[in-house]
Design a protein around this ligand. Structure first.
Ligand code: SF4
Length: 197
């Protein structure tokens, strides 16, 4: 069972396979990744995840990234506990790649719990409006997902180092990228256009 894996100079944490979305482009539909089979036979406990992270020499990595075959905020409390313990033993940068639906999963009052625990929150925006997002990402929350993602970006901003909304260049129309840029500017965060890997 792969709990942590490396990519470039980052150490990645794969803690759940749960996700409210079924994105058309999800890497999970393509079988094993470059990093091996990230399907978990069961969800590892926080102790198992911490033990796996501590087996590594964290000084060799530029960042610790919560990003696996699922949405990390499905295990928000466990993830925040792990971050808080890692903060005590290392100054490694901590990032999460998230679909931004934490407040639908965990409740609107959950963002203060993120305080000081992340250097970067990278949120996959994927679309310029709720209808397109629903069409591409198929969230279990339907068309409520998109406005909740933008609300989450706003709400988590005071508690973390940096918030980025991201889109993938091949899955969005060029004109929609510009609409996403305007949306990001309006809520005071950065837009990143990523290449499809
Ligand atoms: S949000 Fe991420 S993990 Fe979930 S279905 Fe979409 S691409 Fe896959």
């Amino acid at each position: 069972m792969i709990i942590t894996y490396t990519h470039r100079d980052g150490l990645y944490v794969n803690m759940t396979n749960r996700c409210p979305n079924h994105c058309d482009f999800c890497v999970r539909s393509y079988g094993d990744t470059l990093y091996g089979n990230l399907w978990l036979e069961r969800e590892p406990s926080t102790e198992e995840i911490l033990a796996d992270i501590k087996k590594r020499d964290l000084s060799r990595f530029s960042e610790l990234v919560f990003c696996g075959y699922g949405e990390p905020t499905e295990r928000l409390s466990d993830m925040l506990e792990i971050c808080s313990q890692i903060r005590r033993l290392s100054d490694i940068r901590i990032r999460i790649n998230t679909n931004g639906q934490s407040e639908l999963i965990n409740g609107k009052d959950s963002t203060p719990r993120w305080n000081g625990l992340f250097d970067l929150v990278s949120i996959s925006l994927n679309a310029a409006d709720a209808d397109t997002y629903d069409h591409v990402c198929h969230s279990r929350y339907g068309k409520d997902a998109y406005p909740a993602i933008l609300e989450f970006a706003k709400n988590v901003k005071p508690y973390v180092g940096h918030v980025v909304l991201s889109v993938v260049d091949t899955t969005i129309l060029p004109e929609d990228i510009e609409k996403c840029r305007a949306i990001a500017e309006e809520i005071g965060v950065e837009l990143r256009v990523r290449e499809f890997i």
